[in-house]
Design a protein around this ligand. Sequence first.
Ligand code: NAD
Length: 458
Amino acid sequence: MSGSEEKITLAVKKLRETYRTGRTKDVEFRREQLRNLLRLMDENEEEILEAVHKDLHKPRTEATLAEILVVKNDIAYALNHLSEWTKPEPLDVPLVNKMDSCFTVSEPLGLALVIGAWNYPIQLTIMPLIGAIAAGNCAVIKPSEIAEASAELVGKLIPQYLDQECFTVIHGGVEETQCLLNKCKFDKIFYTGGSAVGKLVMQAAAKNLARVTLELGGKSPCYVDKDSDLEIAVKRICWGKFANAGQTCVAPDYILCHPDIQEALVKQFKEALFEFYGEDPKESPDYARIVNNRHFNRLKSLLSSGECAVGGETDESENYISPTVMIGVKPTDPIMENEVFGPLLPIVNVESFDDAIEFINDRDRPLALYIFANDKSKIQRFMDSTSSGGFLANDTVVHAGVESLPFGGVGESGMGNYHGKNSFDSFSHKKGCVIKKQAMESFNSIRYPPYEEKRLAW
Ligand code: NAD
């Protein structure tokens, strides 16, 4: 056993021991930890903004919204609803159980592992943790090593604010994560990231039959109908696509539209991008960078798919790629193979509304699906004829901020969901309980053998 393996397994063992004391089950303890987490977010805003700027050049407003406000709202929501969520829920029962007490209680799953991703490095580690705490679990938090400054900050702050015997941050990359997955036993694994590792997580979880939530990605299509107001559609697409330089799991991955509106769309993209980021987006304080050189080169190689109608500029010294809209893209081009996860937006032509539906249904089920249209019946038909993690008409990305909506994928884009009450449920086991009295034995005894005799008596 290597030094780091020994340290990791020991840390996990200690958390397991704490869980068995029942400390995290106490609702008042959970409330206190959530309040501490809220204080962590309140008192360290500047440090958080600095860390995500260092990692991704993340603009202040984007970071305030997506790394701080969304998280604080989710903690406040959990605090406001914790009493209600932790109460036993009575159920409708058949006549024979009317004298019994039948209800469900949400009990914690036990020891949870939260594996975060780098693109929203604070949100994606803290948001699952809210659910783990609210539901009464102990947890290991493994931030992504790729967003180094943010990972370091999470590792520094969590022990300052949360009970160190219940919540531990473990740093590292592949080796450490493999150790957590294969040498330690968890009751729940909550993973955010790419699907290849998602499959490894599921295999590891299967060994102990641990529950899993997989928050994965994929290509989220965006269909723009001929009847849309193109100026509004393009502004909303640009915001969702180019925020964080396209490194958002629910960013629109590609546009589907009829060839008749392509030229007008491109014109609107030029105008909107100029309005958002000025003449040179590299100079804009509101435009992020690609997280590292590996992803920069991966994205740069995709620029050969089709023609850049807008943008296409790169600067390797800063991992900068300008907001780019591509035309002449064929469904077989490399950019259409995997999730883009960067600021390149291909436009693919379809001949009709039904062709757009078929195009989507021919591919993996996406994490998000977007349609821009004014005709309500088209929106309804689009929603009913496709399958996706989430669905949003006439906007992009904002559904992820509605805390009462379940957020998660389906099929290749993931399994399980979270945010709000769904996070609590994701880290809970719903225990079905019946409490009977020892009275009324004559009524109960009709089920005992010998059966034949009883049936005669009925
Ligand atoms: P990443 O490289 O940060 O990896 C995620 C986590 O997996 C990290 O903690 C990392 O240490 C660990 N990991 C990486 N390789 C591993 C291995 N071989 N074995 C064990 N653990 C390993 O993130 P990524 O995969 O580059 O993330 C990008 C993907 O995540 C995109 O597909 C994106 O759509 C998806 N994503 C999904 C959501 C969501 O909420 N559904 C959010 C953000 C990102």
